[in-house]
Design a protein around this ligand. Structure first.
Ligand SMILES: *Cc1c(COP(=O)(O)O)cnc(C)c1O
Length: 480
């Protein structure tokens, strides 16, 4: 790929992309102080419409997205989101509603919120859901605030500790800390499951909650879930379920049935909102009965045939402006209705099947640290390639040459040189086979010609970047 000139370097004097109508208002002199008025014209590029169009279209083609290729970024669920859900989110009757409009005039929008809450409560096995949090991490913070409010309401002020397994996503301990509680880490067993003895050793009268991700960030289903729930509940703590990996369990198991008290979903992972670049998102949380009175306000309630705003009796207040990111609820609503209960279950089953297929097919070429079925994502490592001086980062970079977005690398932290592959249910067997072929071919290159991997990527616009410098000292301005 050859490097593209900057827009500022293109163009010819006098070229125009459009004709503006002549100014038809009187020019008023003296409105602005002289110091802010240009004395010379700005040196802007002058281009035709076609040149501008080509420039931006070519730049857009450098971007890698689900619409252009396989994107197995583990933990992120980069599945294909049907475009019809985007069209539905754009319907003016939904997208142009003002949040301060009288509830009587926006009954359809309130109904949509109510029904998507009901659907998520059903999927979670919970008594109620709030749609207000706008990210998974925000759901975690909100859930922990509810748990704290619940303990305080009972006069139990000593519960300030949140137990988090070492396999958890970094947001879990961060949310506990943000909530003013103390995160207590417990180690996982060699097979990736929770160490029950370690859990028993830390629970007590100061335990506010345990946060658990299931399937875990290792892509494994936590099988001792009943024991874990009992240990924590018996000690008086509550159970928080990080449901970011819900793509593995929809319609198969429910956090509520596993004994959990709060669960968050990432609508931007599981329920059809495209993500990346930082948002917007939605991290609704489902809660058990005992936490309903504490939910953020306002909530939508159904009163006869009407939908109304209401404030729960012991509400923790607001956690976001108005009611959260409504546009994302519309996508989730359309997705859930179009998939139906059976379709959601099928999606999860296919996601798990695809991940196990990748795991099995890669097991010979790559080290596979856990000898059991995985859920919707699998982990392999570069342990076998270590002798050739090849690290996971090199393999990820080489994958770019083959036209694939790399998997998540170096996460989860407790697996050395991890590559976390989440194929998702929306990919065909042919696509998976192509990716597997590329991974195998890289493993072969590692044997025969490691240099080609270590110096990769070779076919991208830029090769290896100094990522630290790019983040610390980004150059975002062009100067002549
Ligand atoms: C993505 C993710 C989160 C955080 O979700 P955000 O919406 O990015 O805040 C939390 N836990 C797990 C396991 C995740 O994969």
């Amino acid at each position: 790929m050859k490097n593209q000139p900057l827009l500022f370097e293109l163009g010819k004097s006098g070229r125009r992309a459009l004709d503006l109508p002549a100014l038809d208002v009187p020019v008023q002199k003296g409105l602005l102080p002289a110091t802010v008025i240009r004395s010379e014209e700005a040196a802007l590029p002058e281009l035709s419409q076609l040149e501008v169009m080509r420039h931006y279209t070519q730049l857009s083609n450098r971007n890698f997205g689900v619409d252009t290729g396989f994107y197995p970024l583990g933990s992120c669920t980069m599945k294909y989101n049907p475009k019809i859900n985007e069209d539905i989110a754009k319907i003016p009757g939904l997208s142009a509603v003002h949040p301060l409009q009288n509830a009587k005039l926006v009954q359809g929008s309130l109904r949509l919120i109510y029904e998507v809450e009901q659907a998520l409560s059903e999927i979670a096995g919970m008594a109620g859901t709030t749609m207000q949090p706008v990210a998974g991490a925000h759901g975690e913070l909100t859930g922990l605030k509810l748990i704290r409010a619940y303990h305080r309401d009972r006069g139990d002020l000593a519960r300030t500790k949140v137990i988090v397994p070492d396999s958890a996503h970094g947001t879990n301990p961060a949310s506990a800390t943000m909530c003013g509680m103390e995160a207590i880490e417990i180690k996982s067993e060699a097979d990736g499951s929770i160490d029950l003895a370690a859990l028993r050793a830390v629970v007590g009268p100061d335990t506010a909650a345990l946060m658990l991700t299931n399937p875990s960030t290792l892509g494994l289903f936590e099988t001792q879930i009943k024991e874990i729930a009992e240990i924590v509940h018996d000690a008086g703590g509550l159970l928080y379920y990080d449901g970011a990996n819900a793509n593995a369990i929809m319609g198969i198991v429910r956090p509520g049935d596993m004994g959990f008290d709060v669960v968050h979903f990432n609508l931007h992972k599981t329920f059809s909102t495209p993500h990346g670049g930082g948002g917007p998102g939605a991290g609704p949380i489902g809660v058990r009965e005992i936490l309903l009175p504490f939910l953020p306000e306002p909530r939508v309630i159904k009163n006869g045939e009407n939908f109304e705003w209401a404030v729960p009796t012991k509400s923790i207040g607001k956690v976001h402006g108005f009611y959260g990111n409504f546009g994302i609820f519309t996508r989730a609503y359309a997705y859930i209705l179009s998939m139906g209960a059976a379709g959601l279950r099928q999606a999860s089953e296919d996601a798990v099947l695809n991940a196990n297929y990748c795991k099995k097919m890669l097991e010979e070429a790559y080290d596979s640290p856990f000898d059991r079925y995985c859920m919707h994502e699998c982990i392999v490592t570069s342990k076998k390639q270590k002798a050739q001086g090849i690290h996971t980062l090199d393999i990820a970079k080489r994958l770019l040459d083959y036209g694939y977005h790399p998997p998540t690398i170096y996460f989860p932290l407790i697996v050395e040189e991890a590559m976390m592959i989440e194929p998702t249910e929306t990919e065909s067997k042919e696509t998976l086979d192509g990716f597997i072929e590329a991974m195998k071919s890289i493993a072969q290159e590692a044997e025969e010609n490691p240099e080609v991997i270590i110096s990769a990527p070779h076919h991208t616009v830029v090769s290896r970047l100094d990522e630290t410098l790019a983040a610390r000292k980004p150059v975002v301005k062009w100067e002549a």
